[in-house]
Write a protein that binds this ligand. Structure first.
Ligand code: MN
Ligand code: MN
Length: 445
């Protein structure tokens, strides 16, 4: 932190007030797209139309199925020298409802869930949860559901066994003590009426859902509903230097990327910010980075400039904006101190991710690393480098390899996170701001 003056810290604190509001309004990818489109439109972005002609400085966006979003600022040279890409993901680990979720057991109503992304399952018990998502009806209507965020709303919870009776549970290994079928969410306990009919508690829940949303049990079959932590973002520490929240991975890079997209002015090359989906489950699917949606958009922009996609891609450069694991002194044995990233040391560049012998990664070239170092150092951006933990300690990937496979240059840059993938993750305000500055300078050089 020594390089940073008080003025920079104050700017970081100011920037993060907007970030906290984003966190509370962007818990799921659909929430994030809705909120980001509004911010983009308020800042002069219009929906892209491939039949129109665009000029330097024009701002457009493409909404992919309300789950992924691309924002482009047309550059003075358009796509002729390649494009600048900043890509972050807006999905986060959570508990999705199964297609047939609602059941009653011993006079309690519960939802069956199927967890999404990598979670330590015990962390998701006894945490207040909110229900987010949509129910699509056969008549074409799509109903937005959001229960648990308003202070007057009820919330939901996964129960856990009391310690008094947990002798057997506590003697098991964690993966056995808490498995996916334990993640049942408590949603009701009062019967519809006092008759001794079966499933009266379930009936009462269905009646409430019908009265509030007009949905019936069958409609769960065409729904994207998920349980996310009901808590809002909060400052952490006596010094308020950190933020605790659900979903920092990867809204903590999505928000800086979005802000950089809104702030960049007439860039040399076209700048494209992608807020993508499905990263936490491997990027498969039409809204994930294995889909052709980004390349298709770049192909349209290229065509307008009389270029072919392949000629644009090989000159394009990308920051894959994703988080890394901050060194945690309580669990220091999982890290290699010389090659870890640290809270308050700025944006972290991760040359490669993957696992084992660099499997499943894109390893950024020396030449590309040098280019990024120069951009950041020329503008005094605070940055550091870090690997994800010890060699053979585990591992993880980002979307960088999918961009590299399109023949662009790419490296990971993002924010160090403590307690990654927990319901309440921690980041440093300074690191969030420096990640914004890194993306802005990358877009602007
Ligand atoms: Mn991530
Ligand atoms: Mn993740």
């Amino acid at each position: 932190m020594s390089k940073v003056n008080a003025d920079e810290v104050a700017k970081a604190d100011g920037f993060c007030e907007g970030y906290k509001i984003f966190l509370d309004n962007a818990k799921t990818e659909r929430d994030a797209v809705r909120y980001s489109v509004k911010l983009a439109e308020d800042n002069g972005f219009t929906e892209y139309d491939f039949t129109k002609t665009y000029h330097a400085g024009d701002k457009v966006y493409v909404n992919n199925r309300n789950m992924a979003l691309m924002l482009a600022v047309i550059g003075k040279n358009g796509t002729k020298n390649g494009v600048r890409l900043g890509i972050a993901h807006i999905d986060s680990p959570r508990l999705d409802l199964k297609p047939n979720p609602l059941y009653e057991s011993n006079d309690l109503a519960l939802f069956k869930t199927h967890y999404y992304g990598g979670i330590k399952k015990y962390q998701w018990t006894t945490v207040p949860l909110a229900l987010h998502g949509v129910v699509a009806l056969k008549d074409g209507n799509v109903i937005d559901v959001n229960i648990g965020e308003d202070e007057n709303d009820p919330c939901f919870v996964v129960t856990d066994l009391l310690p008094h009776l947990a002798v057997e549970q506590m003697s098991q290994v964690m993966t056995k003590a808490f498995n996916g079928e334990h993640l049942n969410v408590l949603v009701g306990s009062r019967p519809f009426n006092s008759d001794k009919e079966s499933e009266n508690v379930k009936l009462n829940v269905l009646n409430i859902l019908f009265e509030k949303y007009g949905i019936v049990e069958e409609d769960f079959l065409s729904a994207d509903l998920t349980m996310v932590p009901a808590m809002n973002a909060k400052d952490v520490g006596f010094d308020r230097s950190m933020i605790g929240s659900y979903g920092h991975d990867d809204k903590v890079c999505a928000y800086p990327a979005l802000m950089a997209a809104l702030d960049v002015k007439e860039p040399e090359s076209t700048v494209i910010t992608v807020l993508t989906d499905r990263e936490e489950i491997g990027s498969d699917g039409n809204t994930g980075m294995k889909s052709t949606y980004m390349a298709d958009f770049i192909a349209d922009l290229a065509k307008a400039d009389g270029m072919e996609l392949r000629h644009v891609m090989r000159k394009s450069i990308c920051l894959s904006a994703d988080v890394n694991a901050a060194f945690d002194p309580t669990y220091s044995s999982a890290f290699e101190a010389n090659n870890s990233c640290y809270i308050n040391c700025g944006a972290v560049i991760t040359k490669y991710t993957g696992s084992g012998g660099k499997y499943s990664t894109s390893d950024a070239s020396a030449e590309y690393m040098a280019k990024i170092r120069k951009i950041l150092d020329d503008k005094n951006v605070l940055w550091q480098t870090g690997e994800l933990g010890k060699v053979d300690g585990g591992g993880g990937g980002t979307i960088a390899k999918f961009v590299a496979n399109l023949n662009a240059d790419v490296v990971d840059l993002g924010v160090p996170v403590l307690s990654m993938h927990a319901p309440f993750e921690i980041v440093s305000k300074l690191d969030v701001y420096e990640t914004y500055r890194a993306l802005f300078e990358f877009y602007s050089f």
